[in-house]
Structure formats: C-alpha cells, structure tokens
Design a protein around this ligand. Sequence first.
Ligand code: ATP
Ligand code: MG
Length: 325
Amino acid sequence: MRILTGLQPSGELTLGNYIGAIKQMVKYQDEYESFIFVADLHAITVSQDPKELRNNIKSLIAIYLASGIDKDKNTIFIQSENIYHANMSWLLECLTPYGELGRMTQFKDKSLKHQNFGAGLLTYPVLMASDILLYDADFVPTGIDQKQHVELARNIAERVNKKYGDIFKIPEPLIPKDGAKICDLVDPTKKMSKSTENPKGVIYMLDKENVIRKKIMGATTDSEMEIRYDPETKPGISNLINIYASLSGLTIPEVIEKFKGQNYGTFKGEVADLVIKTLIPIQERYQEIINSHELDKILDEGRDKTLEIAKKKYLDLRNRMGLGR
Ligand code: ATP
Ligand code: MG
C-alpha cells in the first residue's frame, strides 16, 4: 500500500503541521510505502519572497528528517523538480468543473485573506489531485483541513476513469482520530497555520523554549475554571487538551482525568513542558542536518525515482486524451 503527503514551504512549520502531518508520517513509514514531497508549487498560490521560499524548502526537509522521517523508508522530493505534477494538473483542470473549485473551503478562506491572488489559488486542489493520482496513492495522510481536497481528488479520478478507462487509483484520506486539527492559540476557532499573520497564536517547530512557554501560557481560554473537552463552548481549553493528548499518546478522557481539579495555569504549564520536551530534541537534530550534504543526495534520488513513475502516468492520460502525435 502506498501513501503520499506534501507540506507547503509557505512559512516555518508549526506544531499543527507536526501533529497533523509529520508525526503521522513517522508512524506510517513502517506500514506503508511512503512518498513525501515539499509542495513548493502549491506555496506560490499566494505571494512568496523568493529567498525565503528557497530557505523554507530545505529547512522543511531537514525538519522532516529531524522529526524521525527515515530517508531509507521514504521517497522524499521537491514538487517543482518533477515537471509532471504541473503537466498533469493542466489536463485535470480541463476536466474539472469551475464551480466545484469555487466551493472549496480553503479557497473561500484564503481568497478573503489575500488580495490580488492568482488563479492558482482556485486551481490548487487540482494540482493536489495530480500529486496524489500520479503515484497511485492508496492513502493520503492529512489533517481534517485537507479532507475536502482529497474528496475532490477522488471525484476527479472517478470522472476520468469513467471517461478514459481505468487510469487512476481512487485515494482515501487517512485522518488521525485525536488531535487532527490543532487551533490557533490566540483565536482557537481558527486552524493553526504557518501562513498566519499573528505569530503569537502559532507554535513554530523551531521556536525557542521560552517563546513556546510564553505562547502557551498566554493562550486564549474561557472564564470558567473547569478543564473539560468541549470544542464548541471551550475551544481554547479543548485545543490544549488536543495538543496534550496528541503528544502524550493519552486519550482525551485520560488527559481530562489527569488534570481534574487543577487550574488553567497549572495545566498550561504542563502542556508547555510537553511541547518543549517534544520539540527541543528535534531542534537539536535539525541543526546537524541543515548543515550537512546529505540533503542534496536524498533530494536527487527522490527526484529521479518519482520522475520515472510520474512520467508513465502522465503519458497514459495524455495519450488517452488524444494529445500529441
Ligand atoms: P498554509 O497556512 O500555508 O496553508 P498550513 O499550516 O495549513 O500552511 P499545509 O502545508 O497547508 O500547512 O499542510 C501541511 C499538512 O499539515 C497537511 O497534511 C495539513 O492537513 C496539516 N495541517 C496543517 N495545519 C494543521 C493543523 N492546524 N492541525 C493539524 N494538521 C494540520
Ligand atoms: Mg494549509
């Protein structure tokens, strides 16, 4: 069984990315044949500073590796170094109804947030469908925020298969049960995102210990005193419970039982301790990896291997559509 996942180099990786994506990949690498890529083509759907983008791309891979992603168990590559992603995307765009894309939640959110955005923000999910379908991925490990896009990829695949014959495998989202969506610490009704303007609400994976502690101690909570899981009326506390559960491996009821009767301050302190204990060793390994030559070798191998696979799939659809000679 094959899985595939991508992360955008659109900013520094967050605790949300770690819990929702990286940590899951570390778990899955022993069970599945795993493909991981840096989604730099996706990142440019909103404006990026070229220098920062370059830095983020390598930094992201180094964080993956520092977090326990094993180079021998995963195929790791950069999306733009494989030309078939964008090529396939064009074919699929022409087979995707415009209206379907306008209904995507991420498009609605991001199109309000950014001014003068390009058409790529709308067609983003089609590129994501290409990423997935090029490799016959069985599963796409993802946070709940990307579930709608995986469903779109399924719809596209089904439609194409019906029209042109069996080309694509129908992928399934693989969503972790607990802590699937980590929220912003300042506005816990919002997803924690690396592209957010207010860094106070976001824990970055490379944040220093004192910064992490300050952000968690300052997290928005409610005026009650009780540590209870209720994302509707207590989004702030529920988010912290989610974080604690994901990082400790405890279930949500176990976390609530553990902190029963304690005040918010004590609980926040414990959440901060656990986040720090998780991230500091990753940061130490990161420093070693980012300064090594190993990265380029891994990325060259990943590029060459995925070019071969993707080319076959792309040409298959291209030929069936009657393009070229
Ligand atoms: P951007 O703000 O640029 O969209 P992002 O933080 O949403 O960045 P992505 O690169 O879009 O990150 O997503 C990478 C992976 O991380 C996806 O699998 C996504 O589901 C997961 N992810 C992103 N944010 C969260 C979150 N807050 N909680 C859990 N998983 C998340
Ligand atoms: Mg996102």
